[in-house]
Design a protein around this ligand. Structure first.
Ligand SMILES: [Zn+2]
Length: 291
């Protein structure tokens, strides 16, 4: 959609870098214009009217003026702040990962309003799950979003028919090839270095791919199934992006950090420390994200 000279849009800041004395260059995700970059002038000054409305994990309404190279943010008003996210290391990392996925997969000015809606829903879920003691649901939230993102961008993995010979898959262990676009029957997986895809993993992936979030049952997955699902989707993402994502390393670290925090919380005195640490880590992470 061509942008008028001055236009209003809802937006999320996916990434930001400091620029000059007091400006910031923002990578924005918007429903109607897709991913776009804009400059927020003077936003790092304490008196700036924009400050506080363009933070990560904030849904904002913006007014922008089209510029020669970068659009200019002229007004910003926060509409929804996901305040649970920065307080919990795992949730902050998960939200950062979702933003990194969108940033890496989307080209500039390629609108995906359905993906935008999924993105907002995903941050709401992660925000709501930030206070939950176990991470099973937020882990599932990430896998659900990955599959929706792949669908939306035309990379939906084939999980019902062999992607090589097109035969319907039988209820048995299969192969999986990101290059070929999905599951391979046992006969076809012998050719072309496919990964193993157990029947349990295939079933969960199909369920996630075809079920609305609200209808998903509370899944309790064995750790090996969980690891295989994560590795399968990660291999698919790596194949399409031709790179690893920065946040993967932090997602590996996050459950350990979270359990360390939980054991510290056993002592009342230590619990204050843990939450201080969590918010320090989250803010460090947010500033790393900015670079
Ligand atoms: Zn086959």
């Amino acid at each position: 959609m061509p942008r008028p000279h001055v236009y209003g849009t809802e937006a999320f800041t996916l990434r930001r870098i400091d620029y000059g004395e007091a400006d910031r260059i923002l990578t924005l995700f918007t429903p109607a214009y897709g991913k776009t970059r804009a400059i927020a002038k003077g936003v790092r000054k304490t008196k700036s009217r924009l400050a506080g409305h363009l933070e990560p994990f904030t849904r904002s309404q913006l007014l922008l003026a089209t510029g020669r190279e970068l659009d200019i943010v002229t007004q910003a008003e926060a509409r929804e702040r996901f305040e649970g996210l920065p307080s919990d290391f795992w949730s902050a990392t998960a939200a950062w990962y979702v933003a990194e996925l969108v940033d890496r997969f989307l080209e500039d000015a390629d609108p995906h309003p359905r993906l935008y809606a999924q993105f907002v829903e995903t941050l709401r879920r992660l925000d709501g799950q930030a206070s939950e003691p176990d991470h099973a649901r937020s882990w599932l939230t990430l896998r659900y979003f990955e599959l929706r993102l792949l669908d939306e961008l035309g990379y939906r993995p084939g999980l019902h028919h062999c992607v090589s010979c097109d035969q319907p898959l039988r209820p048995e262990d299969q192969g999986y090839s990101p290059e070929m676009g999905g599951a391979l029957c046992p006969a076809c997986m012998r050719y072309g270095g496919a990964r193993r895809l157990t029947l349990s993993t295939l079933k969960v992936l199909r369920l996630l791919q075809t079920t609305e979030w609200s209808a998903l049952p509370r899944l309790r997955l064995e750790s090996d199934v969980q690891a295989e699902i994560e590795a399968t989707l990660q291999a698919t993402i790596r194949y399409h992006l031709e790179r690893d994502l920065k946040s993967w390393a932090f997602l590996q670290l996050a459950p350990q950090q979270a359990s360390q925090q939980a054991s510290q919380q056993a002592s009342q005195q230590a619990s204050q420390q843990a939450s201080q640490q969590a918010s320090q880590q989250a803010s460090q992470q947010a500033s790393q994200q900015a670079t």
